[in-house]
Design a protein around this ligand. Structure first.
Ligand code: ZN
Ligand code: ZN
Length: 343
């Protein structure tokens, strides 16, 4: 079968490998769609720290498709069931894993943590999932539409849930970066809270997408007075929550300027920007966090939201052979919403 393999820094090859077969407890998934994510670019350019011995492996950590074959002992699914694959694979036994938060597995620092992230992922015709606990049925959703929800919707959903008590109807939330995650965040906010939503991006195309998905205000963050424009909307109390899906120096600086007292400054983008969080640098009480992905239970909630028709994910679909070109487009900010590869 065809697969997109990561061999090491800047070395991605599309090649034929043997179709895997599931061992005891495992499930073989026929991939319907695999989302391409900015974190793939980080893996390709920087590698996964400490995971050199895991290469080569198949990329793709946003996967959905159909159950193809069951390993011994698996009875919960049957061939043809449509499923989405939960991305961050923990040990399955520690306390965070027991409460479904495998994204915060105690052993994350010492083991490969998911298909496409050190183990074989879904940029291929088939993929092995080690346990049925990592699958969520998607009902009538198209796997091509569902695949990117496993990260592009789950990550913002979990970030928003952390701040839900602050997202009251009199509050303002600022979403920075209207890419794959940001445009999902806007729709999730519209479904789960009544706060005023301000969207910021450097691209007018993406601000148009933000308007389409319910942003109450859009701000071009390249404007020298972007912070002042936001503060004019929020008034003296400033933003209750900032969700930064870029995470570079300028977006973090903008978040710092607009976050209010006791607010949540959430940096979910992997841009690598730094901030000074010492006293006097932030309003009192601000919580800065860098959440990672979401829990299995939250993925079930995301799929429920999608099944209610409340998540309209913008996708561009491509054949697997085009993966390298898609990485290049993504690198240059040329993908609107999410690119999904179809084997
Ligand atoms: Zn991702
Ligand atoms: Zn664990």
């Amino acid at each position: 079968m065809k697969a997109v393999r990561f061999y090491g820094k800047d070395d991605v090859r599309i090649e034929d490998i043997e179709k895997p077969s599931p061992k005891t407890g495992e499930v073989l998934i026929k991939i319907g769609g695999a989302g391409v994510c900015h974190s793939d670019l980080h893996i390709i350019h920087d590698g996964i720290p400490g995971a050199d011995e895991l290469t080569p492996f198949t990329l793709g950590h946003e996967n959905a498709g159909w159950v193809e074959e069951l390993g011994e002992g698996v009875t919960e699914y049957k061939k043809g069931d449509a499923v989405i694959v939960y991305g961050p694979w923990g040990c399955g036994h520690c306390k965070p894993c027991q409460v479904s938060s495998e994204n915060y597995c105690d052993y994350q620092s010492v083991q490969a943590y998911g298909g496409g992230l050190g183990l074989n992922g879904g940029l291929a015709e088939y993929m092995i999932v080690p346990s049925t606990r990592l699958l969520v049925p998607i009902g009538d959703l198209d796997p091509v539409i569902a695949a990117p929800l496993s990260d592009a919707a789950l990550t913002p959903y979990a970030a928003i849930k952390r701040s839900l008590t602050k997202l009251t109807t009199d509050a303002t939330v600022v979403v920075i970066g209207i890419g794959g995650l940001g445009h999902m965040a806007l729709q999730i906010l519209k479904s789960v809270c009544g706060s005023t939503v301000i969207a910021g991006d450097i691209s007018e195309d993406k601000l148009d997408l933000a308007k389409k998905h319910g942003a109450d205000y859009v701000i071009n963050t390249t404007d020298a007075d972007a912070a002042e424009q936001i503060l004019k909307i929020t008034g003296i109390k400033k933003a209750a929550v900032v969700l930064d899906f870029v995470g570079i120096g300028p977006t973090i600086a903008l978040g710092k300027k607009v976050i209010g007292l006791d607010g949540d400054l959430t940096i979910a983008g992997l841009g690598g920007g730094a901030m000074d969080a010492s006293y006097g640098q932030l309003p009192f009480g601000v919580r800065v966090s860098t959440p990672y992905w979401g829990s299995r239970a939250e993925l079930i909630e995301v799929i429920a939201l999608a099944n209610q028709g409340k998540l309209d994910i913008a996708i561009e679909t491509y054949n697997l052979d085009k993966t390298k070109e898609v990485y290049d487009k993504l690198h240059h900010g040329k993908i609107i919403g999410r690119a999904v590869m179809i084997p």
